[in-house]
Design a protein around this ligand. Sequence first.
Ligand SMILES: Nc1ncnc2c1ncn2[C@@H]1O[C@H](COP(=O)(O)OP(=O)(O)OP(=O)(O)O)[C@@H](O)[C@H]1O
Ligand SMILES: [Mg+2]
Length: 509
Amino acid sequence: MATILEMRGITKRFGDVLANDRVNIKVEKGTIHSIVGENGAGKTTLMNICYGLYHADSGEIFINEEEVEIKDPSAAIKNGIGMIHQHFKLIPAMTVAENVMLGNEPRKNRFFLDIDELNGQTHQISEQYRLAVDPESLVEDISVGIRQRVEILKALYRKANLLILDEPTALLTPQESEDLFRIINRLKADGKTILFISHKLKEIMQISDRVTVMRDGKVVDTVEKKDTSEVKLARLMVGRDVLLKTAPPSKKIGEVILKAENLSAESELHHRQVLNNVSFEVRSGEVLGIAGIDGNGQTELVRALIGLQKLTKGKISLRGKDITHLHVKEMRDAGIGVIPEDRLVEGLVVNFDVQENTFLGLQRNKPFSKNGLLDWKAVASNAEQLVEKFDIRTPNITHPVRLLSGGNQQKIIVAREIFHAPDTIIATQPTRGLDIAATDFVHDELIKQRDLGKAVLLLSLSLEEIMLLSTRIAVIYKGEIVSIVNKDETTAEDLGLMMLGGTYEHIPA
Ligand SMILES: Nc1ncnc2c1ncn2[C@@H]1O[C@H](COP(=O)(O)OP(=O)(O)OP(=O)(O)O)[C@@H](O)[C@H]1O
Ligand SMILES: [Mg+2]
């Protein structure tokens, strides 16, 4: 088999951090080659070097067995490399076709864009790989899953033979991920090569031909998919056995802490009903999981609970006290911790350093405020503690958060919100982007908080995560809670059916 890409002896240092340490990787043409490794292992750095976004301190890159210098992304594109970034770089106010062609537009004469040609070429690529994107829709109107396909289309339009996908499924629903895998397989059938990064070992085992495992900036091993397993990969990644486990049953379930009664809400734009009479209680000492397919009201529900979504009806109370109309800040003061859906928008100030982010929003609370002044000693010791406990990989606590790896950014929010929530934790996708060891750790911490008597509301698109952690499970469908069941009295199959709109009654005996 021909080697399309080889990286030899790649070393990259950021200050004191050795992000890539003499990395060797060989990628065969027409294969799906995955890279796995702990948060901060150096995966994204290596891919950025391959795409010309960073330069290696030393090492060589070969494309089709010829040494090349990739000094910037346009050199990468010339060499047939395309990269689909996790945070898409599309322009929302432009159409799909305009985004695809950006910088490469066909012209009728020197000045006028040839719109038909633009749409036609986009349509043709979309058809060829069955991407199902409409060239004429505005990017702002399409879902995350489709935006990602536009990025793929863009790379294909630029004649990419090697496509790099860095955690492409982190923001996708399980259904969208399945669609993406079908597309990836069609690309492979057409002779394209895929470099695929993910923390979800199930996916890795499903899609890859070969897997390279990284740890601490080094390649630990490259293995054939057929010779490995989820357990073996986890062991290679973290150096010990990790398997996600079902949480032990709740020890002591106490009083109702968080209560939602008949919450209803409409979307701002079209006054579509997005929440319809949503009611539930979360008690001290339990985890209430909200299961559902993305887009069934979860986002609005969390926004309502933290005072960001206007309700047309309903009441929210915390320990019996009406908190329906409080604002985010007051909610937090009232004792609610929130792990938000989008960490870069709501959870972090990326230009602030680690220690500032570990007490963000809590500056007026104990122990950070002393006689109205910020106690920097307390801030620093809190940061040191959380960094140590959550294994946040950072050179020091005054390092800017934007320089940390994606997973380590997520760990900061989780650490802060779990530890400083006196009463209630609302956790939305708490383990998104985390490696398996970090996921296991966060699961354990959430259960510890549960056993300290906090009420935990867990929203996750991963039914597996909901099943592992929840005491009770509520299924949300089209803005309604269609069922609330005890974890022990249900199965993933039943829940899956309800998530699609069926209820218990509809399941044949
Ligand atoms: N631009 C940068 N400046 C300074 N340090 C950086 C920069 N980019 C990455 N690093 C550091 O290099 C190391 C490797 O980071 P990288 O993003 O490659 O990890 P990763 O394997 O992709 O992790 P994750 O799974 O969390 O995304 C980390 O310690 C990170 O903080
Ligand atoms: Mg990364």
